[in-house]
Design a protein around this ligand. Structure first.
Ligand SMILES: C[S@@+](CC[C@H](N)C(=O)[O-])C[C@H]1O[C@@H](n2cnc3c(N)ncnc32)[C@H](O)[C@@H]1O
Length: 266
């Protein structure tokens, strides 16, 4: 399954309504609330660096890991353009191979662990994170909630038509396996000068309506909050807290994003 290949190049455009500054501020609030002293961060599933770059700018010593070389290439381009040097590694976090131990913080923002689609693999990565953290270090991450994947996105169809990009997003939810298959069809507007010859039947030619179609299929697991807590405990984590939708209260039944902080206890 090719995830975040072609889609990488439209990701930032489609995420332009996300307030990443507020997201970064919220992460800093969670760090403060956890009581951990954080100078270095390993960020998993860092994507195009939307959280990595602002954290680096704030002075954190941060390294990013992602499975998609396309996403990482864009992160690198952006960081170089902004003059923010970043350490970026292409890896599947399920087989996380990082040998700098005693980390202050491991972070994973915006659905990274929804892409880890079995509890066995979650246990594998959580255990490795536990080993990497210093005693007193904090693991911070969020997931799209079970409610969001099973009821809001599940078996739903969404779409948007913009000037330079249009997309259709067709979802199928399999409750037995708690898996959401997301079929993303996107259409990118082409520059007619770059298209050669007659591309349509005579009469249908319209230079303003030339699009190229791409498709990606993404698979996410709808983890229940209690499953995550259980796997964190099995991996060794002690103080575990969860929060709903960028607030500081426990998640509610209809929270769409759940944040977790878990401390490696001394
Ligand atoms: C929704 S994007 C989030 C990117 C970034 N954290 C952000 O907030 O913009 C999810 C990211 O998870 C990455 N990802 C998915 N499965 C992964 C895996 N097994 N190991 C590492 N990265 C993974 C994808 O390549 C993608 O960049």
């Amino acid at each position: 399954m090719n995830q975040y290949g072609n889609f990488a190049y439209v990701y930032d455009q489609l995420m332009d309504d996300v307030d990443y500054d507020a997201w970064v501020k919220y992460i800093e609030n969670l760090i403060e609330k956890s009581g951990a002293s954080v100078k270095n961060i390993l960020e998993l599933a860092c994507g195009t660096g939307n959280i990595t770059i602002p954290l680096a700018k704030k002075g954190y010593d941060i390294a990013g890991i992602d499975i998609s070389d396309d996403m990482l290439g864009l992160a690198l381009e952006k960081s170089e353009a902004m003059g923010v040097p970043l350490v970026l590694l292409e890896q599947d976090m399920v087989d996380l191979d990082f040998d700098l131990y005693d980390l202050d913080c491991v972070l994973c923002a915006c659905d990274g662990f929804n892409y880890v689609t079995s509890l066995e693999d979650l246990y594998k990565v959580f255990s490795k994170i536990y080993d990497l953290l210093k005693p007193g270090g904090v693991f911070i991450f969020d997931i799209s909630s079970y409610y969001k994947l099973s009821e809001v996105l599940g078996n739903n169809f969404m779409g948007e038509s913009r000037d330079s990009i249009s997309y259709m997003w067709t979802n199928y939810y399999d409750e037995a396996n708690q898996l959401l298959e997301m079929n993303l069809d996107f259409f990118l507007k082409l520059d007619p000068d770059e298209v050669e010859g007659d591309y349509l039947e005579e009469g249908l030619q319209d230079d303003d309506n030339l699009y190229e179609r791409y498709r990606e299929v993404h698979l996410q697991r709808a983890h229940r909050e209690e499953e995550i807590v259980d796997v964190l405990k099995k991996a060794g984590f002690g103080r575990i807290d969860s929060y709903g939708d960028f607030g500081f209260d426990r998640p509610g039944d209809q929270s769409e994003r759940i944040f977790f902080t878990a401390i490696k206890q001394v």
